[in-house]
Design a protein around this ligand. Structure first.
Ligand code: GRF
Length: 204
């Protein structure tokens, strides 16, 4: 028996986001450049106007609008069950959260155990929650970063997979700092996915 890690080509990714989609764009660029052996099988968003859905359409990837429902921070259990079953039909290896602004609950966690990952704009466990770059500025720390982590039922609390450090410069504003963190995200997310795709980092 070989001791080499099992290689799975291409890794099937289902991406969820609520906003601009710059992380999805970075992932697609890595796939198109041939550095990430993966395929984005569907993109879902709870914001029908989100740029991430337009990026999906531009790449002829199935773009799914998730009904917003009555709460801002979570889907109803029924809506999340419907989302889980929509995603399961694509047989994804990983659910990739890229700026998805809702808490993940039992229907998704139970359908995809340890298969949901997220990018967060701080060095977790520091600064979980919203606008983590502003939290870092207010705390007057000199360094922050971004984290890729598995998703559990808590707020940005699942096991950490990888982090990249980002310096905070003396004249940083909220915008300049967030932009620098996003550049790090755009390096780190495709790299972590490449490690899963190559078997270098085994899927649980
Ligand atoms: C990223 O900064 C990510 O850390 C946070 O939401 C933002 C999403 O940006 N969770 P984009 O939609 O990928 O441009």
């Amino acid at each position: 028996m070989s001791s080499q890690p099992q290689t799975k080509h291409p890794l099937r990714l289902a991406v969820l986001g609520s906003g601009r989609g710059s992380n999805l764009r970075a992932i697609l660029e890595a796939i198109n450049a041939g550095t990430l052996p993966a395929t984005v099988v569907t993109v879902g968003s709870d914001n029908p106007q989100a740029g991430i859905l337009q990026i999906a359409r531009d790449h002829r990837i199935p773009a799914h609008s998730i009904p917003e429902g009555p709460f801002k921070t979570k889907l109803t259990p029924e809506a999340e069950s419907a989302l889980a079953s929509y995603l399961a039909d694509f047989k994804p290896d990983l659910i990739v959260l890229a700026g998805y602004m809702r808490m993940i609950k039992a229907p998704l966690l139970e359908t995809f155990p340890q298969r949901i990952i997220n990018v967060h704009p701080s060095l977790l466990p520091a600064f979980p929650g919203l606008a983590a770059w502003e939290q870092a500025l207010q705390a007057k720390v000199t360094e922050t970063g971004c984290t890729i982590h598995f998703v559990d039922s808590g707020m940005d609390s699942g096991p950490i997979i990888a982090q990249e450090r980002v310096p905070i410069l003396p004249h940083d504003t909220s915008e300049t700092l967030h932009a620098r963190i996003q550049l790090a995200e755009h390096r780190l997310y495709p790299e972590v996915l490449r490690q899963f795709a190559s078997g270098q980092r085994p899927l649980p």
